[in-house]
Design a binder for this molecule. Structure first.
Ligand code: SF4
Length: 377
């Protein structure tokens, strides 16, 4: 039987762009959203008609963005209903909707629950209002608290909070305080991302103009270590570099990415991986709409990966998981790419450790994960 597949839907709208954000999106306008939803529904049907992944059970559906909850709830339900009519979702399919805490009412949440959404992910970012102001993030901490209460009243039990650390002006104590406040809200899952400065963002320009400090790497490392301590003491398991979950609540959709699983992406800029081929949609809403009006899938780029490249990606993504990867995969990749000396060095420096048949990043290695990934590429 074919292995299960995940579906990702990119909703390219937000009410405002946060200073650090470089995702493909535009400011929400009703007319643009309406034409996008029409195109998205068309794309889902077209992909299914073209028998892409026909008969594959769908293990997870993830509506991300952007801010999916800036769409009207009726639009989100129309998208989900098209997914259900074109694909076969497994009985325990994880269906996640990302939302900004200020963009959803209890009634809308109840309707999403009825439409089969099983998991919510709120972008809290920080539980200190000053931090939100300094990263140009709309909304207030009180809205995250209210959104959690509304979600629970609507019947949701599986809820993630996204957090960022190393924000301008954020101290170690204030980060710990953010974690403590979040824990009191009892999410099942917490994602903790170090702030990174992307080119062409307002944050990058603020740093250049010395209006904002650059992230302090040493402080980010301390913050990462304190998150690990505080969250594991509270019963959360770190299962990926940036992700912690209560037992049984790891995000099934995101696990697909780290285990080299297959997924289809819909919406402008969405990426797919199927049958050893990576392909991506055009990152331009007008071009996306045009392509679908002409009855064509809006795929811009296709890269067929060799077996060696597939293994390389499995190694690089898999090392992000705390459980690591089979050691023979690491060694085979080293042979394929002439990385044997490099791998031996990473082991000798205790950045990668081998535990029986598995290889994983050590605590020290996790702090340099991106650099190690670049070297192993
Ligand atoms: S809400 Fe999320 S997707 Fe939208 S601008 Fe902010 S960080 Fe980017």
């Amino acid at each position: 039987m074919s292995p299960p597949l995940g579906l990702y839907l990119h909703i390219p709208f937000c009410r405002q762009r946060c200073d650090f954000c470089s995702f493909y999106l535009e400011i929400h306008r009703e007319g643009r959203a309406e034409s996008f939803v029409r195109s998205l529904v068309h794309e889902i049907g077209l992909a299914a008609q073209q028998q892409v992944a026909v008969g594959r059970p769908i293990q997870s559906v993830y509506l991300g963005g952007g801010t999916p909850t800036v769409l009207a709830v009726a639009q989100l339900i129309a998208i989900l209903s098209e997914i259900r009519s074109q694909f076969s979702l497994t009985q325990d399919c994880e269906v996640t909707v990302e939302g900004h805490p200020s963009t959803i009412s209890e009634q809308d949440l109840a309707q999403l629950r009825q439409a089969g959404v099983t998991r919510l992910s709120f972008g809290a970012e920080s539980m200190e209002d000053g931090d939100l102001v300094r990263i140009g993030r709309p909304g207030a901490v009180s809205e995250t608290v209210t959104a959690m209460a509304k979600a629970r009243s609507a019947g949701f039990t599986n809820i993630n909070l996204d957090l960022m650390y190393g924000l301008p002006g954020q101290s170690l104590n204030s980060w710990k305080q953010t974690l403590t406040i979040c824990l009191a809200l009892q999410p099942t899952h917490l994602s903790c991302y170090a702030l990174t400065v992307e080119q062409e963002t307002r944050l990058a320009s603020n740093i250049r103009l010395e209006r904002s400090p650059a992230p302090d790497e040493a402080l980010q490392i301390e913050m990462d270590q304190s998150a690990q301590r505080i969250l594991s003491d509270a019963g959360y398991e770190r299962y990926e570099i940036s992700n912690y979950a209560r037992p049984g609540h790891a995000c099934r959709h995101n696990l697909l990415y780290w285990t080299n699983g297959e997924y289809l992406g819909f919406g402008p800029s969405a990426q797919s991986y199927l049958d050893g081929t990576r392909f991506g949609n055009v990152a331009d809403l007008d071009a996306y709409n045009r392509s679908l009006t002409e009855g064509l899938l809006p795929i811009e780029e296709r890269i067929e990966l060799s077996k060696e490249e597939q293994l390389r990606d499995a190694v690089i993504f898999g090392l992000r998981l705390i459980q690591g990867i089979p050691s023979h995969n690491l060694h085979q990749h080293a042979l394929n790419y002439g990385h044997s000396a490099l791998t031996a060095q990473l082991l000798a420096q205790e950045l990668i450790e081998q535990d029986g048949e598995r290889s994983k990043l050590s605590a020290k290695g996790r702090l340099q994960a991106d650099t190690i990934a670049e070297k192993l590429y």
